[in-house]
Structures are given as C-alpha cells and as structure tokens.
Ligand binder design. Sequence first.
Ligand code: PTJ
Length: 241
Amino acid sequence: MVEVPESHPRYESLKTRESLVEGVEKGITSKAGLIAHGRGEMFDYLLGERTVETAEKAERKALAEMLEADDPVISINGNVAALVPAGIVSLADKVDAKLEVNLFHRTKERIERIEEELKKNGAKEVYGKKADAEIPGLDHDRALCDEDGIFSADTVFVPLEDGDRTEALKDMGKKVITVDLNPLSRTAKSADITIVDNIIRAVPNMIEFEPFYGEFDNKDNMSLTLKGMSERLISLSEKVE
Ligand code: PTJ
C-alpha cells in the first residue's frame, strides 16, 4: 500500500482508489472494478465531487421506498464491499433489508471473501452463496441469486450495477434503486430511483437522512441532474483563460 499524505489536494480520491486496490489484493474486488471506478470518477468531476440536490432527493426517496417495501434486498458487489463495507451494513439495519452478495464476475472465493468482510463489519446474515435461483433472461453466472434473497425481493437496491441485470430485475416486476455516477448508463436510465452520486457519499448520506414520502419522478430528476452537469460545464468553460 502506498501511503497517501493528508496534505495531497486529491487525498480523498487517492484514499478511495487505495481502498479498491486493497480490495483487489484481498480478493474482494474484481480487476474490472478498478476500470468501472475510473469511469465513475470522470462523472464525479462533472458533479463537482459533491452530493447535488437531485441526488439528495433520490437518496431520501430511496430510503422511503426501502422502508415501505415488504422484502427489500441490498445487492453487494466487489466495489461496494471495498468502499463502504460498514456503511452498507448500517444502511441495511436502518431500512431492515437483507444483504446479498451478487457478482458480475462471479467466483465462489470472492463471494466468501465479501461475506467475511460484511460479517466483520457487523452483518449477521449474508445471502448469495446458495445461488438456488436464476434471474430469467440472463446467461448463467450473472443470473445466479438466492431464492429467499434477491429472487423473492420486491425492492432491490443495486449500487454500481450492470445494465443488463438491472433491466432483467425490472422485467421480474421488482422496484429497482441504484447508485450510479453515470446518468447515461442503462442502469441509470432503467431504474425506478437513480441516485447520481458517489457511493462513498450516498451511503453515509442515506444513513443520516430522513426518508421522503412525497411525489418523485425519476425521469424529471434525471433530467435536472443532466442539466446541472451541463450548466456546470458551460459555466466552467466561461472561466477558461
Ligand atoms: O464485483 P463485480 O464482479 O460484481 O463487478 C462490479 C462492477 C462494478 C465491475 C460491474 O458491475 C461492472 O462492470 O459495472 P459497470 O457496467 O462498469 O457499471 C458500473 C457503474 O457504476 C458505471 O456506470 C460507473 O460510472 C459507476 N460507478 C463506478 N464507481 C462508482 C460508480 N457510481 C457511484 N459511485 C462510485 N464510486
């Protein structure tokens, strides 16, 4: 591990990268997870690396949806487990959701490493190992999930998810909530609630925020998010000397 000096102007961002590199070394995160993070960072620049108003609204609405759900499940992949292991366990406690390890690049070893990591951070039960059900419409490994976990959930929170699987979960009639820094991704476009924020801010926010039970239109919220990103770029372009 490289020591990052706190005085470095990009300290937070470099520490986050180090957590992911450590995640790869511990067998939690996939190598592709590093690339996925790089794409996310690019969009985070466009947001100004902060939680914008539309993200806060989606975070509050997501809390309400999970609290109102009969059987909510939070899906954990290798990036989420490396970046917010304690936070995601606290969030599951707050909304009374199950935790399921559900991987794109699935291996038995990674499932076990992630389960251990979540348990180390306070999780009592972690789903995902049984893999006794399949999400219809996906080819083998990516489809695997637990019958009493994601398969039977009414609401699934799938941060940093692959577009194909998000659409397949929607086709099963589930309510899908995501965190995705890329508002143009298929996941961002097909989820019921899209939180365009960095997972490292979104999860602590959701632990702290009050739920919002009022009207919420995801398409309008996404439109405003994209508008905010564009306006920020235009305003920055006017300051170039
Ligand atoms: O651990 P696995 O095997 O399940 O694999 C996980 C990854 C993330 C590698 C896999 O699901 C994947 O390849 O995902 P995608 O299709 O690259 O989508 C990930 C999305 O998350 C992209 O749109 C990124 O912009 C976004 N993203 C990356 N890092 C963050 C993020 N969104 C929020 N916070 C981040 N830190």
